[in-house]
Design a protein around this ligand. Structure first.
Ligand code: ADP
Ligand code: MG
Length: 466
């Protein structure tokens, strides 16, 4: 049974990264397994609480994905190690409180001896997709400059490529690289405080900080308690005067302190209409790198990787054919593969070029008519089954809710082309394995349950029609 624990951890390791794994998961030991309860020992109270607050859910999901059973993890502090373990200061005893600036950092002692040399371990960066890492990013002529600049910024933050701006059309991997830099910087040094968010979120936080008189906290969070600032889709703030002004000050404070700043945009600084000159000029201080549409070779490599990750069986020549059909952007390419695979799965046929022709013909037509969003899927499913959207996003496991939830996840996957982690996120922050399981379950159930099959196809039709 200890095997189950080890297997689950190993399954999680690629997603959480080596550093997180070594730091927070490996030190836990299995004390006993009683029925569906796994008793674990943590070297300190702090480690126990940190695990419970940050990784417990992911581990349970992983175990559930492997065993189809819900286990309970029961942690105790190792009585022998407790003496050596550093007492966490009161601020870190409640990692839930991580939002407020004064309690953001966790403390662990590098040496148990006194006087204690204290190293601050920052909480893992929030909002980064586990899939968006350097090792899952395929480089080719279209993105080489951007990818190597991102790597350099991750290796030597705050130096040559500061700020780093990556721009390009939609679905070409800008967000992917931004997240990859965040993961990499945190893993090479978990004391780094990494702040990632969209420009829209930045604006909203700024506005509410002003409105609720919490500007000091806002300022501290972005200007002081931040070693790396990653902002997605910076073009969003163009024309929003007060937000631009605030970003300008944040930029200056971080830049002067030698902190790495990286932003993405759908256009070059000079094409950002409504963006203040003092901002565009600063964005040009470091490196501005573009991403173009990938060439055929890169598209094939991306498809192969995606097929492997999602365990989709597709022959090499068929892969090349599909890559030839979808040329504009990677998100559409991935969406096409998912759609083809879903249909092939449902019909129980292999993926062939003629099958692709059938499905893609429909895809492009439908795509043009209506881009389906995860929210639209949730809304349609909730009203079809008379459940609340909050329940679809919530944790309840009652069949009357979990069925519709699984159907919604399945349709979100099929119709929106969003990745498993993305869908999980939009369903109240569930793990990607939960989404994968839901898709598998619904595919399997569609075979045996005509009622469910008809509900799914009604919803699909409803959602795909204009
Ligand atoms: P953007 O932010 O430019 O709109 P994303 O970074 O969201 O695009 O990328 C869209 C999807 O395509 C993501 O799932 C991403 O992982 C994938 N993707 C894009 N470029 C690559 C690449 N070079 N290698 C692997 N996956 C890629
Ligand atoms: Mg993006």
């Amino acid at each position: 049974m200890t095997d189950l624990w080890n297997e689950a951890l190993q399954g999680l390791q690629p997603r959480l990264g080596q550093e997180t794994y070594d730091l927070w998961l490996r030190p836990l030991t299995v004390a006993a397994v009683e029925g569906q309860t796994i008793r674990l020992r943590a070297p300190s109270l702090f480690m126990k609480e940190w695990f419970e607050n940050h990784y417990m859910e992911a581990v349970l999901d992983e175990i559930e994905a492997r065993t189809e059973a819900r286990y309970v993890l029961d942690l105790e502090v190792d009585p022998n190690a407790a003496e050596l373990a550093p007492e966490p200061p009161p601020a870190s005893a409640d990692p839930d409180n991580a939002g407020s600036a004064s309690t953001r950092s966790a403390f662990v002692a590098a040496e148990p001896a006194t006087p204690v040399e204290v190293r601050q371990v920052a909480p893992p960066p929030v909002g980064l997709s586990e899939r968006y890492r350097f090792d899952s990013f395929i480089s080719g002529a279209s993105n080489e400059l951007a990818a190597s600049a991102a790597r350099a910024a991750a290796d030597q933050p705050g130096t040559r490529f500061n700020p780093l701006l990556i721009y390009g059309g939609v679905g070409l991997g800008k967000t992917h690289l931004l997240h990859a830099v965040g993961h990499s910087l945190y893993e090479s040094d978990p004391t780094r405080r990494i702040t990632y968010l969209s420009a829209e979120r930045f604006m909203n936080e700024f506005i509410s900080a002003v409105r609720y008189n919490q500007f000091d906290q806002f300022r501290r969070k972005y200007r002081e308690d931040c070693d790396v600032l990653l902002i997605d889709d910076i073009q969003f703030i163009a024309g929003r005067d007060r937000t631009m002004d605030e970003f300008f000050h944040v930029f200056n404070a971080l830049y002067e302190a030698g902190k790495q700043i990286m932003v993405t945009s759908d256009r070059t600084p000079s094409d950002m209409q409504g963006m203040e000159d003092r901002i565009t000029s600063r964005l040009n201080w470091g490196l501005v790198a573009d991403i173009k549409s990938p060439d055929l070779e890169t598209r094939v490599a991306i498809l192969r990787q995606k097929a492997e990750n999602d365990r989709i069986a597709i022959a090499d020549d068929v892969c090349v054919y599909l890559a030839g059909q979808v040329q504009s952007n990677v998100r559409e390419l991935e969406g096409a593969l998912v759609r083809v695979a879903t249909f092939a799965d449902l019909k129980g046929v292999p993926i062939t070029t003629s099958f692709i022709r059938e499905v893609i013909g429909e895809t492009t037509k439908e795509r043009r008519r209506t881009p389906v969003t995860v929210e639209a899927v949730q809304k349609a499913v909730a009203s079809h089954f008379s459940v609340r959207i909050a329940d679809l996003k919530g944790p309840r496991r009652h069949k009357g809710i979990s069925r519709p939830r699984m159907i919604a996840m399945f349709l979100a996957r099929e119709l929106t082309g969003s990745s498993f982690p993305e869908i999980g996120l939009r369903f109240g922050g569930k793990d990607h394995s939960t989404v994968i399981n839901a898709c598998k379950r619904i595919t399997a159930l569609s075979d045996e349950d005509p009622e469910l099959r008809s509900a799914v196809s009604q919803l699909r039709e409803h959602l795909s029609s204009p």
